[in-house]
Ligand binder design. Sequence first.
Ligand SMILES: *[C@@H]1O[C@H](CO)[C@@H](O)[C@H](O)[C@H]1NC(C)=O
Ligand SMILES: *[C@@H]1O[C@H](CO)[C@@H](O)[C@H](O)[C@H]1NC(C)=O
Ligand SMILES: *[C@@H]1O[C@H](CO)[C@@H](O)[C@H](O)[C@H]1NC(C)=O
Ligand SMILES: *[C@@H]1O[C@H](CO)[C@@H](O)[C@H](O)[C@H]1NC(C)=O
Ligand SMILES: [Zn+2]
Length: 353
Amino acid sequence: SGEIYQWMTQIQKSNSELVTQHYLGKTIENRTMYYLQISQPSDKTKKIIWMDCGIHAREWISPAFCQWFVKEILQNYKSDPKISRFLKNLDLYILPVLNIDGYIYSWEKDRLWRKNRSPHMNGTCYGTDLNRNFNSSWGSIGVSYNCSSEIFCGSGPESEPETRAMAQFIERKKSDILCYLTIHSYGQYILTPYGSTTKPPSNSEELVGDKNFGPLKIIAKCTGTDNNAVPILNLQMRVAKKASAALMGKYGTRYEVGSTSLILYSNSGSSRDWAHMIGIPFSYTFELRDKGSHGFVLPPDQIQPTCEETMLAVTTIIDYIDQKYFPGGAVMLTSGSLGLSLCLSVVLTWTVS
Ligand SMILES: *[C@@H]1O[C@H](CO)[C@@H](O)[C@H](O)[C@H]1NC(C)=O
Ligand SMILES: *[C@@H]1O[C@H](CO)[C@@H](O)[C@H](O)[C@H]1NC(C)=O
Ligand SMILES: *[C@@H]1O[C@H](CO)[C@@H](O)[C@H](O)[C@H]1NC(C)=O
Ligand SMILES: *[C@@H]1O[C@H](CO)[C@@H](O)[C@H](O)[C@H]1NC(C)=O
Ligand SMILES: [Zn+2]
Protein backbone atom coordinates (compact mmCIF):
# COMPACT_ATOMS: atom_id res chain seq x y z
CA SER A 1 0.00 0.00 0.00
CA GLY A 2 2.28 2.79 1.19
CA GLU A 3 4.90 0.60 -0.37
CA ILE A 4 3.20 0.81 -3.74
CA TYR A 5 3.34 4.61 -3.63
CA GLN A 6 7.02 4.45 -2.75
CA TRP A 7 7.60 1.98 -5.52
CA MET A 8 5.89 4.19 -8.08
CA THR A 9 7.92 7.24 -7.11
CA GLN A 10 11.08 5.18 -7.08
CA ILE A 11 10.54 3.56 -10.44
CA GLN A 12 9.72 6.88 -12.00
CA LYS A 13 12.87 8.54 -10.61
CA SER A 14 15.16 5.80 -11.77
CA ASN A 15 13.56 5.55 -15.22
CA SER A 16 12.62 9.14 -15.84
CA GLU A 17 13.33 8.90 -19.56
CA LEU A 18 10.54 6.35 -19.98
CA VAL A 19 8.11 6.47 -17.05
CA THR A 20 5.94 9.26 -15.73
CA GLN A 21 3.47 9.17 -12.88
CA HIS A 22 0.10 10.90 -13.22
CA TYR A 23 -2.85 11.78 -11.08
CA LEU A 24 -6.02 9.84 -11.86
CA GLY A 25 -8.33 10.80 -9.01
CA LYS A 26 -9.21 10.27 -5.36
CA THR A 27 -10.73 7.27 -3.65
CA ILE A 28 -13.71 7.48 -1.33
CA GLU A 29 -11.29 7.75 1.62
CA ASN A 30 -9.36 10.49 -0.14
CA ARG A 31 -6.35 8.51 -1.17
CA THR A 32 -4.75 9.54 -4.44
CA MET A 33 -4.85 7.20 -7.41
CA TYR A 34 -1.94 7.40 -9.81
CA TYR A 35 -1.24 5.68 -13.05
CA LEU A 36 2.12 5.17 -14.69
CA GLN A 37 2.75 5.99 -18.30
CA ILE A 38 5.53 4.19 -20.13
CA SER A 39 6.34 6.09 -23.30
CA GLN A 40 9.37 6.11 -25.44
CA PRO A 41 10.00 9.67 -26.56
CA SER A 42 9.08 9.97 -30.23
CA ASP A 43 7.50 12.34 -32.77
CA LYS A 44 5.13 9.64 -33.91
CA THR A 45 1.52 9.63 -32.85
CA LYS A 46 1.11 6.52 -30.81
CA LYS A 47 -1.73 4.41 -29.56
CA ILE A 48 -2.38 3.25 -26.02
CA ILE A 49 -2.58 -0.04 -24.15
CA TRP A 50 -4.35 0.33 -20.81
CA MET A 51 -3.88 -2.13 -17.95
CA ASP A 52 -5.35 -1.88 -14.46
CA CYS A 53 -4.83 -4.04 -11.41
CA GLY A 54 -6.40 -4.22 -7.99
CA ILE A 55 -10.06 -3.51 -8.74
CA HIS A 56 -10.81 -6.18 -6.15
CA ALA A 57 -8.98 -5.74 -2.86
CA ARG A 58 -8.22 -9.33 -1.91
CA GLU A 59 -6.73 -10.34 -5.27
CA TRP A 60 -3.21 -9.47 -4.19
CA ILE A 61 -1.52 -11.20 -7.10
CA SER A 62 -3.05 -8.57 -9.37
CA PRO A 63 -1.17 -5.45 -8.16
CA ALA A 64 1.90 -7.67 -7.91
CA PHE A 65 1.57 -8.42 -11.60
CA CYS A 66 1.21 -4.76 -12.59
CA GLN A 67 4.44 -4.01 -10.73
CA TRP A 68 6.17 -7.00 -12.28
CA PHE A 69 5.02 -5.93 -15.73
CA VAL A 70 6.43 -2.41 -15.34
CA LYS A 71 9.70 -3.74 -13.95
CA GLU A 72 10.11 -6.23 -16.79
CA ILE A 73 9.35 -3.69 -19.50
CA LEU A 74 11.88 -1.27 -18.05
CA GLN A 75 14.54 -3.92 -17.61
CA ASN A 76 14.15 -5.43 -21.04
CA TYR A 77 12.93 -2.82 -23.48
CA LYS A 78 16.36 -2.36 -24.98
CA SER A 79 17.26 -6.02 -25.32
CA ASP A 80 13.91 -7.65 -26.07
CA PRO A 81 13.07 -7.09 -29.74
CA LYS A 82 9.35 -7.61 -29.20
CA ILE A 83 9.14 -5.00 -26.45
CA SER A 84 11.33 -2.50 -28.25
CA ARG A 85 9.20 -2.89 -31.38
CA PHE A 86 5.85 -2.32 -29.71
CA LEU A 87 7.11 0.60 -27.63
CA LYS A 88 7.80 2.44 -30.88
CA ASN A 89 4.07 2.50 -31.59
CA LEU A 90 2.35 2.03 -28.28
CA ASP A 91 2.33 3.80 -24.93
CA LEU A 92 1.55 1.67 -21.91
CA TYR A 93 -0.72 3.09 -19.23
CA ILE A 94 -0.62 1.08 -16.02
CA LEU A 95 -2.84 1.60 -13.00
CA PRO A 96 -1.22 -0.58 -10.31
CA VAL A 97 -4.12 -0.44 -7.81
CA LEU A 98 -7.51 1.03 -8.51
CA ASN A 99 -9.13 0.10 -5.21
CA ILE A 100 -6.47 1.39 -2.84
CA ASP A 101 -8.82 1.77 0.15
CA GLY A 102 -10.01 -1.80 -0.16
CA TYR A 103 -6.51 -3.08 -0.74
CA ILE A 104 -5.25 -1.47 2.46
CA TYR A 105 -8.30 -2.75 4.32
CA SER A 106 -7.51 -6.28 3.13
CA TRP A 107 -3.98 -5.95 4.55
CA GLU A 108 -5.00 -4.42 7.85
CA LYS A 109 -8.47 -5.66 8.71
CA ASP A 110 -9.99 -8.34 6.54
CA ARG A 111 -7.84 -10.41 4.19
CA LEU A 112 -10.80 -11.38 2.04
CA TRP A 113 -12.29 -7.91 1.55
CA ARG A 114 -13.30 -7.38 -2.09
CA LYS A 115 -15.10 -4.07 -2.57
CA ASN A 116 -14.18 -0.44 -2.10
CA ARG A 117 -14.93 1.26 1.25
CA SER A 118 -17.85 3.54 0.53
CA PRO A 119 -20.33 3.76 3.42
CA HIS A 120 -24.00 2.97 2.81
CA MET A 121 -27.15 3.01 4.90
CA ASN A 122 -25.70 5.52 7.35
CA GLY A 123 -22.52 3.56 7.72
CA THR A 124 -24.23 0.29 8.57
CA CYS A 125 -22.68 -1.42 5.57
CA TYR A 126 -19.66 -0.77 3.41
CA GLY A 127 -18.40 -1.20 -0.06
CA THR A 128 -19.42 -1.29 -3.69
CA ASP A 129 -18.10 -3.92 -6.07
CA LEU A 130 -16.24 -1.66 -8.48
CA ASN A 131 -16.41 -4.32 -11.18
CA ARG A 132 -20.20 -4.10 -11.13
CA ASN A 133 -20.25 -0.30 -11.06
CA PHE A 134 -19.32 0.57 -14.66
CA ASN A 135 -21.85 1.85 -17.13
CA SER A 136 -22.37 -1.34 -19.10
CA SER A 137 -25.89 -2.71 -18.68
CA TRP A 138 -25.45 -1.53 -15.10
CA GLY A 139 -27.52 -3.33 -12.49
CA SER A 140 -29.08 -5.80 -14.91
CA ILE A 141 -27.56 -9.20 -14.17
CA GLY A 142 -25.14 -10.85 -11.75
CA VAL A 143 -25.35 -8.06 -9.18
CA SER A 144 -27.01 -7.27 -5.87
CA TYR A 145 -28.69 -4.07 -4.70
CA ASN A 146 -28.01 -5.06 -1.10
CA CYS A 147 -25.00 -3.16 0.20
CA SER A 148 -23.99 -6.09 2.41
CA SER A 149 -23.44 -8.20 -0.67
CA GLU A 150 -20.02 -8.89 -2.19
CA ILE A 151 -21.46 -7.93 -5.57
CA PHE A 152 -23.32 -4.77 -4.57
CA CYS A 153 -23.35 -2.66 -7.73
CA GLY A 154 -23.62 0.74 -6.05
CA SER A 155 -26.36 3.34 -6.23
CA GLY A 156 -25.93 3.93 -9.97
CA PRO A 157 -23.44 3.54 -12.80
CA GLU A 158 -20.14 5.17 -11.79
CA SER A 159 -21.50 6.04 -8.36
CA GLU A 160 -18.05 5.38 -6.89
CA PRO A 161 -15.21 7.91 -7.21
CA GLU A 162 -12.73 5.17 -8.19
CA THR A 163 -14.91 3.96 -11.06
CA ARG A 164 -15.74 7.49 -12.15
CA ALA A 165 -12.11 8.63 -12.23
CA MET A 166 -11.02 5.69 -14.33
CA ALA A 167 -14.04 5.80 -16.64
CA GLN A 168 -13.72 9.52 -17.29
CA PHE A 169 -10.05 9.17 -18.08
CA ILE A 170 -10.53 6.24 -20.44
CA GLU A 171 -13.50 7.93 -22.09
CA ARG A 172 -11.32 10.95 -22.89
CA LYS A 173 -8.61 8.77 -24.40
CA LYS A 174 -10.73 6.06 -25.95
CA SER A 175 -10.06 6.88 -29.59
CA ASP A 176 -6.38 6.14 -28.94
CA ILE A 177 -6.80 3.07 -26.75
CA LEU A 178 -6.49 -0.17 -28.69
CA CYS A 179 -6.59 -2.56 -25.79
CA TYR A 180 -8.05 -2.63 -22.30
CA LEU A 181 -6.63 -5.18 -19.86
CA THR A 182 -7.87 -5.73 -16.34
CA ILE A 183 -6.12 -8.14 -14.01
CA HIS A 184 -7.97 -10.20 -11.41
CA SER A 185 -7.74 -13.53 -9.65
CA TYR A 186 -8.48 -16.36 -9.45
CA GLY A 187 -9.53 -19.17 -11.82
CA GLN A 188 -7.06 -19.11 -14.73
CA TYR A 189 -9.17 -17.49 -17.40
CA ILE A 190 -8.73 -14.98 -20.15
CA LEU A 191 -12.20 -13.54 -20.54
CA THR A 192 -13.58 -11.60 -23.47
CA PRO A 193 -16.75 -9.48 -23.66
CA TYR A 194 -19.49 -9.81 -22.82
CA GLY A 195 -20.55 -10.73 -19.32
CA SER A 196 -23.91 -9.05 -19.59
CA THR A 197 -25.08 -10.81 -22.73
CA THR A 198 -24.20 -13.93 -24.67
CA LYS A 199 -24.20 -11.95 -27.91
CA PRO A 200 -20.80 -11.91 -29.58
CA PRO A 201 -18.77 -8.70 -29.39
CA SER A 202 -18.54 -6.28 -32.28
CA ASN A 203 -15.24 -7.17 -33.87
CA SER A 204 -16.02 -10.79 -34.56
CA GLU A 205 -15.60 -10.52 -38.29
CA GLU A 206 -12.25 -8.80 -38.47
CA LEU A 207 -10.28 -11.98 -38.38
CA VAL A 208 -10.75 -12.84 -42.01
CA GLY A 209 -7.44 -13.07 -43.78
CA ASP A 210 -5.35 -12.06 -40.81
CA LYS A 211 -1.70 -12.84 -41.44
CA ASN A 212 -1.02 -13.55 -37.79
CA PHE A 213 -3.14 -16.63 -37.94
CA GLY A 214 -1.98 -18.03 -41.20
CA PRO A 215 -4.11 -18.79 -44.23
CA LEU A 216 -7.81 -19.33 -44.00
CA LYS A 217 -9.69 -22.18 -45.56
CA ILE A 218 -13.31 -22.15 -46.51
CA ILE A 219 -15.16 -25.21 -45.33
CA ALA A 220 -18.67 -24.14 -46.21
CA LYS A 221 -19.91 -22.63 -49.41
CA CYS A 222 -20.46 -18.93 -49.60
CA THR A 223 -23.96 -18.53 -50.94
CA GLY A 224 -23.66 -14.81 -51.46
CA THR A 225 -27.29 -14.36 -50.53
CA ASP A 226 -27.42 -14.68 -46.78
CA ASN A 227 -26.86 -11.17 -45.52
CA ASN A 228 -28.13 -11.95 -42.05
CA ALA A 229 -25.63 -14.62 -41.21
CA VAL A 230 -23.67 -13.84 -38.06
CA PRO A 231 -19.89 -13.83 -38.36
CA ILE A 232 -18.61 -16.85 -36.56
CA LEU A 233 -15.08 -15.88 -35.88
CA ASN A 234 -14.15 -13.82 -32.91
CA LEU A 235 -10.88 -12.00 -33.18
CA GLN A 236 -10.57 -11.21 -29.50
CA MET A 237 -10.96 -14.87 -28.72
CA ARG A 238 -8.34 -15.96 -31.23
CA VAL A 239 -5.82 -13.51 -29.83
CA ALA A 240 -6.61 -14.69 -26.30
CA LYS A 241 -5.95 -18.27 -27.40
CA LYS A 242 -2.55 -17.26 -28.71
CA ALA A 243 -1.92 -15.59 -25.36
CA SER A 244 -2.95 -18.61 -23.32
CA ALA A 245 -0.75 -20.84 -25.48
CA ALA A 246 2.22 -18.56 -24.81
CA LEU A 247 1.41 -18.64 -21.10
CA MET A 248 1.20 -22.40 -21.02
CA GLY A 249 4.57 -22.62 -22.74
CA LYS A 250 6.31 -21.38 -19.61
CA TYR A 251 5.16 -23.70 -16.82
CA GLY A 252 2.32 -25.66 -18.37
CA THR A 253 -0.39 -23.68 -16.59
CA ARG A 254 -3.71 -24.07 -18.35
CA TYR A 255 -6.00 -21.13 -18.92
CA GLU A 256 -9.49 -21.27 -20.27
CA VAL A 257 -10.38 -18.69 -22.89
CA GLY A 258 -13.83 -17.45 -23.76
CA SER A 259 -16.64 -15.02 -23.46
CA THR A 260 -17.40 -14.30 -19.80
CA SER A 261 -21.08 -15.11 -19.94
CA LEU A 262 -20.45 -18.37 -21.75
CA ILE A 263 -17.61 -19.85 -19.73
CA LEU A 264 -17.83 -18.27 -16.27
CA TYR A 265 -20.93 -16.35 -15.25
CA SER A 266 -23.07 -13.43 -16.27
CA ASN A 267 -22.26 -10.07 -14.81
CA SER A 268 -23.14 -6.50 -15.66
CA GLY A 269 -21.28 -3.28 -14.98
CA SER A 270 -17.83 -4.79 -15.51
CA SER A 271 -14.99 -2.62 -16.73
CA ARG A 272 -14.20 -5.13 -19.48
CA ASP A 273 -17.68 -4.95 -21.01
CA TRP A 274 -17.75 -1.19 -20.64
CA ALA A 275 -14.38 -0.70 -22.35
CA HIS A 276 -15.50 -2.71 -25.35
CA MET A 277 -18.92 -1.05 -25.47
CA ILE A 278 -17.35 2.41 -25.74
CA GLY A 279 -15.35 1.20 -28.73
CA ILE A 280 -12.03 -0.16 -27.51
CA PRO A 281 -11.38 -3.00 -29.93
CA PHE A 282 -9.66 -5.46 -27.58
CA SER A 283 -10.82 -5.92 -24.01
CA TYR A 284 -9.83 -8.70 -21.64
CA THR A 285 -10.17 -9.74 -18.04
CA PHE A 286 -7.37 -11.95 -16.77
CA GLU A 287 -8.15 -14.24 -13.85
CA LEU A 288 -4.73 -15.33 -12.63
CA ARG A 289 -3.74 -18.42 -10.60
CA ASP A 290 -4.88 -20.61 -9.16
CA LYS A 291 -8.00 -22.70 -9.73
CA GLY A 292 -9.12 -22.66 -6.13
CA SER A 293 -6.74 -24.69 -3.98
CA HIS A 294 -5.43 -21.47 -2.45
CA GLY A 295 -7.73 -19.03 -4.20
CA PHE A 296 -7.13 -15.43 -3.22
CA VAL A 297 -4.41 -16.41 -0.76
CA LEU A 298 -1.88 -17.52 -3.33
CA PRO A 299 1.31 -18.78 -1.65
CA PRO A 300 4.30 -16.45 -2.04
CA ASP A 301 6.30 -19.04 -3.97
CA GLN A 302 3.72 -18.84 -6.78
CA ILE A 303 3.97 -15.08 -7.20
CA GLN A 304 6.97 -15.05 -9.46
CA PRO A 305 5.97 -17.93 -11.75
CA THR A 306 2.48 -16.46 -12.04
CA CYS A 307 3.93 -13.11 -13.05
CA GLU A 308 6.38 -14.69 -15.49
CA GLU A 309 3.78 -16.71 -17.34
CA THR A 310 1.25 -13.86 -17.34
CA MET A 311 3.90 -11.57 -18.79
CA LEU A 312 4.10 -13.87 -21.80
CA ALA A 313 0.36 -13.77 -22.32
CA VAL A 314 0.11 -10.01 -22.01
CA THR A 315 3.05 -9.29 -24.29
CA THR A 316 1.61 -11.72 -26.84
CA ILE A 317 -1.57 -9.65 -26.94
CA ILE A 318 0.30 -6.35 -27.16
CA ASP A 319 2.58 -7.71 -29.86
CA TYR A 320 -0.37 -8.94 -31.88
CA ILE A 321 -2.06 -5.54 -31.64
CA ASP A 322 1.14 -3.74 -32.55
CA GLN A 323 1.54 -5.82 -35.70
CA LYS A 324 -2.10 -5.49 -36.63
CA TYR A 325 -2.24 -1.71 -36.35
CA PHE A 326 1.35 -0.91 -37.26
CA PRO A 327 2.26 -3.49 -39.88
CA GLY A 328 5.27 -1.36 -40.93
CA GLY A 329 6.84 -3.27 -43.78
CA ALA A 330 5.79 -6.74 -42.72
CA VAL A 331 4.33 -8.98 -45.42
CA MET A 332 0.63 -8.36 -45.60
CA LEU A 333 -2.14 -10.53 -46.90
CA THR A 334 -1.55 -12.62 -49.91
CA SER A 335 -3.80 -13.89 -52.63
CA GLY A 336 -7.14 -15.19 -51.63
CA SER A 337 -7.80 -12.72 -48.87
CA LEU A 338 -9.91 -10.50 -51.10
CA GLY A 339 -12.18 -13.34 -52.07
CA LEU A 340 -12.47 -14.38 -48.47
CA SER A 341 -13.45 -10.97 -47.25
CA LEU A 342 -16.37 -10.97 -49.66
CA CYS A 343 -17.65 -14.08 -47.97
CA LEU A 344 -17.77 -12.93 -44.40
CA SER A 345 -20.74 -14.95 -43.40
CA VAL A 346 -19.54 -18.38 -44.35
CA VAL A 347 -18.02 -20.88 -42.03
CA LEU A 348 -14.29 -20.52 -42.00
CA THR A 349 -11.60 -22.45 -40.33
CA TRP A 350 -7.91 -21.99 -39.85
CA THR A 351 -5.57 -24.32 -41.55
CA VAL A 352 -3.01 -25.49 -39.10
CA SER A 353 0.33 -24.89 -40.71
C1 LIG B 1 -11.85 14.12 1.76
O1 LIG B 1 -11.40 15.41 1.41
C2 LIG B 1 -12.46 16.34 1.27
C3 LIG B 1 -11.91 17.64 0.74
O2 LIG B 1 -10.56 17.77 1.04
C4 LIG B 1 -13.17 16.49 2.63
O3 LIG B 1 -14.25 17.37 2.49
C5 LIG B 1 -13.68 15.12 3.07
O4 LIG B 1 -14.24 15.20 4.35
C6 LIG B 1 -12.56 14.12 3.09
N1 LIG B 1 -13.13 12.79 3.34
C7 LIG B 1 -12.56 11.92 4.14
C8 LIG B 1 -13.25 10.58 4.23
O5 LIG B 1 -11.54 12.12 4.75
C1 LIG C 1 -29.58 7.93 8.67
O1 LIG C 1 -29.43 8.67 9.84
C2 LIG C 1 -30.24 9.84 9.88
C3 LIG C 1 -29.89 10.65 11.13
O2 LIG C 1 -29.61 9.80 12.21
C4 LIG C 1 -31.71 9.41 9.83
O3 LIG C 1 -32.54 10.57 9.83
C5 LIG C 1 -31.95 8.62 8.58
O4 LIG C 1 -33.28 8.14 8.53
C6 LIG C 1 -31.01 7.44 8.49
N1 LIG C 1 -31.15 6.80 7.18
C7 LIG C 1 -31.19 5.49 7.02
C8 LIG C 1 -31.29 4.99 5.60
O5 LIG C 1 -31.14 4.71 7.95
C1 LIG D 1 -24.36 5.55 -19.22
O1 LIG D 1 -24.58 5.24 -20.57
C2 LIG D 1 -25.79 5.75 -21.06
C3 LIG D 1 -26.04 5.18 -22.43
O2 LIG D 1 -24.86 5.12 -23.16
C4 LIG D 1 -25.73 7.27 -21.01
O3 LIG D 1 -26.93 7.82 -21.50
C5 LIG D 1 -25.49 7.72 -19.57
O4 LIG D 1 -25.33 9.12 -19.52
C6 LIG D 1 -24.28 7.04 -18.99
N1 LIG D 1 -24.17 7.31 -17.58
C7 LIG D 1 -23.06 7.70 -17.00
C8 LIG D 1 -23.09 7.88 -15.53
O5 LIG D 1 -22.03 7.91 -17.62
C1 LIG E 1 -28.92 -7.78 2.85
O1 LIG E 1 -28.04 -8.87 3.04
C2 LIG E 1 -27.83 -9.16 4.41
C3 LIG E 1 -26.72 -10.21 4.49
O2 LIG E 1 -26.97 -11.27 3.64
C4 LIG E 1 -29.13 -9.61 5.04
O3 LIG E 1 -28.94 -9.88 6.41
C5 LIG E 1 -30.15 -8.47 4.88
O4 LIG E 1 -31.41 -8.88 5.37
C6 LIG E 1 -30.28 -8.06 3.43
N1 LIG E 1 -31.10 -6.86 3.35
C7 LIG E 1 -32.09 -6.75 2.49
C8 LIG E 1 -32.79 -5.44 2.49
O5 LIG E 1 -32.43 -7.66 1.75
ZN1 LIG F 1 -11.68 -9.69 -9.28
